[in-house]
Design a protein around this ligand. Structure first.
Ligand SMILES: Cc1cc2nc3c(=O)[nH]c(=O)nc-3n(C[C@H](O)[C@H](O)[C@H](O)COP(=O)(O)OP(=O)(O)OC[C@H]3O[C@@H](n4cnc5c(N)ncnc54)[C@H](O)[C@@H]3O)c2cc1C
Length: 1001
């Protein structure tokens, strides 16, 4: 029998009687953990987070956004059964899911905080305040011990501490009360009654919503809400005959490699649910306890939480097949360099390990059950420290790969201070990617250290001896082999013994948090010496090639740009960004008029499209920009050649001009920037009808005599969606067919879902579609398809646009003659843009990844910098993009999911545009802005938008992410009123407050 819990509107101040629901942070069906924030509400004072202290799954009916809800009334529900996404109408709910579950007279509970993902309980170590004491916001009232550290419990409510309080030494489950705060000194309870360690909340304030007290704004669910999302693309494991398992459980089983046969099911009627599967994959503690134990005589005392954690981790490490390798390294030069740079030797060694790891990224990987490797690029090294009470603590120095030495030294000083008193925040000790233990200072001549599950290697550094300092690596053989490790140690030896080669590049002055990062390795110019016709030839004159050539000549290096079109600009200017945005601008004028009447201006909505003028204006922009670009290129002394380039050998390019004979030029280095044309899949009739114009791609749609009355679009990516809305605004009837189960697959989940909801009001979208045939003649085309249920339909239209992606075509470049390798259709490059031939670079769409104009241009400049001897890298994690839909979707940096995949513990806050003053004034209230921050550093690592004017708002997000700004900096910045930019400050302050509650600085 499923158990349901009501989430009720909390009372956040004495005067609060109701609140307005601003956002749902979870959707019906989402998993909810204790301490999760499920919604935000607006009170008379501020917007506040609603945290729940009940694990389960969010269930509908959920209150509508903007609904006013009385304190104590239900916002929504939590169910304990996965997949049970809505409670039945009229069903009795007999439990509350949050703080109102605490007996009312006791005041506001101070609950055991969840300080890490793995924490389920904590031990009360001290009470810093006594019942009756006055409490101010930010006061520390108690300390608690988790499995890893002793942490302060800080409260954010004014009042007086009141009993019953949990005994010192008692174990309290996460989310359960340790004590209470009352608003009046006279109401404090100091009877000496304490909450026992096994305290459970029994005095539940039961609610049974029925017609009379059901909040008016909660809608009755109309349809079955979306399924719970499972991560990864792995198909679920097969059904087990005679056993029932939920689809999600089968998906989780596939991810964890769990066999469902023989697994006990705890779901309704014995159904196997995901929790059963998760339990089948044991934790470190379970692994430790499952091993045979040898009895020891005597009276044992219970281990402290930290002793237990170390014991479990060390025993679990027996699951790792390890080997050790030692190399003696002289640390004298590094010690001197560390002193000169005013950093500790520990920090210098950590940085050296990271520099050497750039050549051997595998050292930083980890084995993941079952049969998976986590390939991590973030260098977050755990470094062992002894705490003042003799325990072993391993704080993590984060972001070693990109931080300058001075910043690392600052981070390290704070970490050591907190580690010694065991006051590290969870993000400061959880999930290292590599570990260092330095017992050299204790005089040991040799030792080995034990890696724990989650890392592939641990470094043990002993005392300096006659042959140098022994550096011993203990490694997981499933990830590393002996030769890898020997080679790594060899490079580490060079790095440590010759620090001058790299240390200047990572000293305090070097700023590495840019989308173009200066590499820490020594810079060398890879333009080979020789008697070449031209030092560098650039093939392609789009954004990638043109920016590269301009940067080279700007720095005095002669460059030739070979482009098989009369003017530079590439796809962006002639078939992409510019013409599509010229259409969008005209469509915007039509669409914007829809707000006029609402704002009190009548008579402007009868706009009429003048297609000939739209096209004239578009062509004027393109031609003018093309001429301007060519003039500038020639003026800068780029040797511009019109013609098709192909390699003859590693230093010769054949150029075939439109008129005249082909000729060859020799070059020292080359940059390939040839783009990626539209790709048309082999759907019957699609390629065949390109020539007649009945089928178009983004390369050929630019010759329409008039907007089609009816437009069929195959493909629901960014280009398809932009075109769909443009033609909708021009008056076309649009049908979009997508073979996947969701359109806009490349856009952040929540942003995409909101945009899809808007889009579906304007055009018809059929997902999971099978397209059988495209036939007819231009002006009378037919699209035959079936939907996800296999029901066949056809759509008669004027033209079919194949928006089915872009794919590099290098077939005519003769890459095999020069040994440039491919990765699928794209050219394989490293972060510097170097191909498998070090003197040949490739940039832009031809290398895959984000196929965007500014990405291509950035990569072009990175290639130029490397050719100029300035080792530079493109960093996709700082890149950005705008989808010119309405509202516009935009991203900068990482989403929470992307950050998590890179091992970054990230969190986000979001704000709907509907509560922004300026958006309300202009009637542009659709969408939201989200800020993503790294919990450990407090840095903003992502900003996501669904908002009108995102194309200008995004600039602020770009500066935050590429400038490595912290939440604090943005929270303190002054944004002008009334503008949508105020949301950035608001979000930063919210996230900062949220982090303060769990992370003690
Ligand atoms: C409809 C549409 C809308 C878009 N909107 C946006 C947007 O809003 N924002 C955005 O950032 N991006 C947008 N893009 C993507 C953008 O156009 C591309 O990412 C960008 O142009 C890629 O630049 P590039 O230099 O890699 O290649 P290209 O711009 O494709 O340039 C390659 C050049 O090389 C030439 N060439 C190819 N082979 C040879 C050869 N062998 N010899 C000589 N010359 C050769 C080509 O003719 C071309 O001139 C859009 C694309 C489309 C199709």
């Amino acid at each position: 029998m499923s158990q349901h819990y009501a989430i009720t509107m909390p009372q956040l101040s004495d005067t609060m009687t109701e609140g307005v629901l601003v956002t749902w942070e979870k959707q019906a069906g989402d998993k909810v953990e204790r301490g999760d924030i499920v919604a935000t509400v607006e009170t008379d004072k501020a917007i506040m987070d609603v945290e729940v202290f009940k694990a389960g799954y969010l269930a509908a009916p959920l209150a509508e956004l903007g609904a006013t809800i009385a304190v104590g009334a239900a916002l929504g529900y939590i169910t304990d059964t996965m997949g049970d996404v809505a409670i039945a109408v009229g069903e009795v709910v007999d439990a509350l899911a949050q703080t109102e579950m605490i007996p009312h007279h006791a005041g506001t509970p101070i609950v055991m905080p969840q300080l890490s993902d793995t924490m389920t309980e904590g031990v009360v170590v001290t009470w810093e305040k006594q019942p009756g004491d006055q409490i101010r916001r930010g006061d520390i009232v108690a300390t608690v011990e988790t499995d890893k550290a002793i942490m302060d419990v800080e409260v954010f409510q004014e009042g007086f501490l009141s009993g019953p309080i949990a005994d010192v030494g008692s174990v309290v489950e996460v989310g359960h009360p340790m004590g209470f705060i009352v608003d009046d000194a006279a109401k404090t309870n100091d009877t000496g009654v304490t909450l026992g360690g096994d305290h459970k909340i029994k005095d539940v304030h039961h609610v049974a919503p029925h017609a009379a007290d059901k909040p008016a704004h909660i809608p009755t669910p109309k349809s079955t809400p979306a399924q719970i999302a499972a991560s990864g693309n792995q198909p679920p494991v097969a059904r087990v005959p005679g056993r029932q398992a939920s689809p999600y459980a089968r998906k989780v089983a596939a991810q964890l490699g769990v066999n469902l046969t023989g697994l006990a099911g705890t779901g309704p009627a014995g159904v196997i649910v995901a929790a059963d599967v998760a339990r089948a994959r044991p934790s470190m503690a379970e692994v430790a306890h499952s091993l045979p134990q040898v009895d020891v005589p005597g009276q044992g005392r219970a281990m402290t939480s930290m002793e237990k954690a170390v014991s479990h981790a060390m025993t679990a490490s027996l699951t790792l097949p390890t080997f050790t390798v030692t190399m003696n390294i002289s640390t004298a030069a590094l010690t001197a360099a560390a002193k000169a740079n005013k950093v500790s030797v520990t920090v210098a060694i950590a940085k050296a390990c990271s520099v050497a790891m750039e050549k051997f990224p595998r050292m930083n990987w980890a084995y993941q059950p079952v049969d998976k490797l986590v390939e991590r690029a973030n260098h977050d090294f755990g470094i062992a420290v002894t705490s003042n009470d003799g325990g072993l603590v391993v704080p993590i120095l984060h972001g070693i790969e990109h931080k300058p030495l001075a910043a690392l030294q600052g981070d390290w000083a704070g970490l050591v201070e907190r580690a010694r008193v065991r006051k590290l925040a969870p993000a400061e000790y959880a999930n290292p990617t590599f570990t260092i233990s330095n017992m050299g200072m204790m005089g040991v001549s040799h030792f080995t250290a034990i890696p724990t599950p989650g890392i592939a290697a641990i470094m043990a550094i002993a005392a300096n001896g006659p042959q140098g300092t022994p550096f011993t690596l203990t490694c997981d053989h499933r990830v590393l082999n002996g030769a890898d490790v020997a080679l790594y140690l060899g490079v580490l030896k060079q790095t440590i013994e010759a620090p001058d080669a790299w240390i200047a590049g990572v000293s305090a002055a070097a700023s590495l948090s840019a989308s173009v990062a200066t590499h820490s390795a020594p810079a060398v110019s890879p333009i080979p010496e020789g008697n070449w016709d031209i030092p560098v030839v650039v093939i392609g004159g789009g954004p990638g090639g043109e920016d590269c050539a301009r940067d080279l000549v700007d720095h005095g290096v002669k460059a030739m740009m070979v482009n098989n079109e009369p003017f530079p600009g590439g796809e962006c200017l002639w078939r992409g960004c510019i013409p599509s945005k010229a259409w969008r601008a005209a469509a915007d004028v039509i669409r914007n008029r829809t707000h006029d009447a609402e704002m009190g201006v009548d008579g402007t909505t009868a706009s009429k499209l003048n297609w000939a003028q739209v096209e004239k204006h578009r062509r004027w922009v393109q031609n003018t920009r093309g001429e301007m670009a060519l003039k500038a290129d020639k003026g800068m002394k780029i040797d511009v050649r019109e013609g098709f380039g192909e390699f003859v050998d590693a230093h010769t390019l054949k150029i075939t001009p439109v008129e005249g004979e082909p000729y060859s030029v020799t070059f020292g280095a080359a940059v390939i920037a040839t783009g990626a044309p539209a790709f048309v899949p082999p759907i019957p009739g699609a390629r065949e009808n390109l020539a007649s114009g009945g089928v178009a791609t983004s390369d050929t749609i630019w010759n329409l005599p008039a907007p089609p009355k009816k437009l069929g679009i195959v493909g629901g990516g960014v280009i398809g969606v932009e075109m769909a809305q443009i033609f909708h605004d021009f008056g076309s009837e649009v049908l979009m067919l997508e073979r996947h189960d969701r359109i806009l697959g490349e856009i952040e989940d929540e942003i995409a879902k909101s945009l899809i909801a808007t889009l579906e009001k304007e055009i018809t979208v059929v997902t999971s579609a099978a397209i059988h045939e495209v036939s007819g003649t231009s002006g009378a085309m037919k699209l035959r398809y079936s939907n996800k249920d296999g029901v066949e339909s056809s759509f008669d239209c004027d033209i079919v646009l194949m928006a089915t992606g872009k794919r590099p075509d290098t077939s005519k470049l003769n890459l095999d003659r020069v040994g440039v390798e491919l990765d699928g259709a794209a050219i394989k490059v490293n972060a510097r843009g170097q191909t498998s031939q070090p003197h040949i670079y490739a940039v832009g769409d031809v290398i895959g990844g984000y196929m965007l104009a500014h990405t291509a241009a950035t990569q072009g400049r990175v290639a130029a910098e490397n050719l100029l001897g300035e080792a530079a890298e493109y960093n996709q994690d700082l890149d950005c993009g705008v989808t010119f839909s309405r509202p516009q979707a935009g991203f900068v940096g990482l989403s929470v999911a992307q950050a998590k995949a890179r091992g970054i513990d990230a969190t986000e806050a979001k704000m709907p545009m509907s509560i922004d003053a300026k958006a309300m004034i202009t009637g542009e209230t659709d969408g939201m802005i989200k800020l993503v921050a790294d919990k450990a550093s407090g840095k903003i690592i992502g900003v996501h938008f669904l908002a009108d004017h995102c194309d200008t708002l995004i600039g602020a997000g770009v500066m935050m992410v590429s400038g490595g700004m912290s939440l604090k900096q943005v929270a303190h910045a002054i944004f002008p009123h009334p503008t949508q930019t105020e949301i950035f400050g608001e979000l930063a302050r919210r996230l900062l407050n949220r982090l303060r509650r769990t992370v003690k600085k």
